[in-house]
Design a protein around this ligand. Structure first.
Ligand code: AMP
Ligand code: MG
Length: 395
């Protein structure tokens, strides 16, 4: 049985970035950038006014000046600053001449009734000028490869006209759910049956992870041939990753490992020292990855966050979610185990301290805590945790 950290290293060596594609800005939200975005020109590209007010010569002191017109935002600036003794009306965003400009806020002036003479109540200053290149110089890297394109990044791309960025293709995932005891969520289980919740869980987790669930099948009985047929069909699609729910352990109906081997996969792991989530299969065949996740819903959730999400990040060309150092709430009660434990938890703001509070869970089938879980608290094997712990965020 390998440790979680050992499995991470193994998975990192198996998952390389998927091909990149150039797509329109309107479809790119959440994707991972694969080429640096550089400033095509200085940012801002010209000196601009940060205020509504007046433009004067840099040598202009406080006192009386003559108003000689104005510069609308969007209009080119005059080549030179106004002569001393004169002023131009400017608004926020107005382009300014490159030299000898000084500004005064409207609130620091008084305009004569005829609108021709302006009394400057304060000395004008250059502090209200947004200088050319004050944010970035032409050629500077604005966004590095590996950056997830969120709303703010999209706005930056729009502002520089980068309307077709190069990003990772979304990973395509097939999900096979095994278990003769399972019925669809909208069906009434007969005695001894339960509803399949893992299909809904995985579909939602993949949506959050910017991957596409493009094939799904619930195998209706536990016969090995039924699962074999489903796996063969899943592999006939163009899925990059095959996820198999249930059948990863040593029960009479646990066929996942043997079937993957018979289909030509190499097994890299069939058990990991994690609680919950011990029966976990990782396999690969010609660049495709297959994972057998334990059917118990909490184990399914933990294995997705620990391993599948990490692989999805690598396929997208970005870093996996980092563990966060945290302080355990004093009232936390935890039971150590011979395996490393990943305990559903929430953030608790206690005074000025941001602490982490473990949620109560009964066993690996316990779905009642999943809706609240904000992270997975890592508790080292065979150790009572100290005050300092690590959390894998899962929101
Ligand atoms: P397995 O991993 O197939 O041995 O299943 C372990 C436990 O998880 C059993 O109690 C199953 O009934 C339950 N289980 C398996 N698959 C699902 C599923 N899709 N949804 C909810 N529970 C499941
Ligand atoms: Mg099963």
């Amino acid at each position: 049985m390998i440790t979680v950290s050992e499995l991470w290293t193994r998975l990192d060596s198996l998952a390389s970035p998927l091909p990149a594609e150039r797509i329109p800005l309107t479809s790119v939200q959440g994707r991972i950038l694969r080429e640096p975005i550089r400033a095509p020109e200085d940012q801002p590209p010209f000196d601009r006014s940060a205020i509504d007010g007046y433009l004067v010569h840099a040598d202009q002191p406080a006192g009386l000046v003559t108003l000689e017109g104005g510069i609308q935002p969007g209009a080119p600036s005059p080549a030179t600053a106004p002569a001393p003794g004169t002023a131009l009306r400017i608004l926020t965003g107005s382009a300014l001449p490159p030299e000898n400009a000084s500004l005064i806020m409207q609130e620091d002036t008084k305009l004569s009734d005829d609108g021709h003479r302006l009394h400057l109540l304060q000395p004008p200053s250059s502090k209200h000028i947004r200088r050319r290149a004050s944010q970035a110089r032409v050629g500077d890297t604005l966004l590095p490869p590996g950056q997830r394109l969120n709303a703010g990044a999209l706005a930056l791309l729009a502002s520089i006209g980068a309307t077709r960025p190069v990003v990772s293709r979304r990973a395509r995932v097939a999900h096979v759910v095994t278990g003769g005891e399972l019925v669809a969520p909208d069906q009434s289980p007969l005695a001894g049956q339960i509803r399949d919740s893992n299909s809904t869980l995985i579909a939602a987790l993949l949506r959050d992870a910017d991957a596409d669930l493009n094939w799904h099948r619930r195998v209706k009985n536990d016969a090995r041939t039924a699962t074999a047929d489903a796996l063969a069909e899943a592999l006939s699609t163009d899925a990059d990753i095959l996820l198999i729910s249930g059948g990863a352990s040593v029960g009479d109906h646990d066929h996942t490992g043997a079937l993957l081997v018979s289909l030509g996969f190499t097994l890299h792991c069939d058990k990991v020292a994690s609680r919950p989530g011990k029966p976990f299969i990782a396999a690969s065949r010609e660049g495709r990855l297959a994972f057998g996740l334990p059917g118990n819903p909490l184990s399914h959730f933990v294995c997705f966050h620990l391993f599948v999400k990490r692989v999805l990040a690598r396929l997208a060309g970005t870093e996996p979610t980092s563990l966060v150092r945290a302080t355990l709430a004093p009232r936390a009660e935890l039971r150590p185990d011979s395996r490393e434990t990943w305990w559903p938890c929430v953030w608790a703001d206690e005074g000025a301290q941001r602490r982490v509070l473990p949620l109560p869970w009964r066993d690996s089938s316990d779905l009642t805590v999943l809706g609240a879980a904000e992270g997975l608290l890592r508790i080292p094997a065979s150790a009572s945790p100290g005050a300092e712990v690590e959390v894998l965020p899962c929101r």
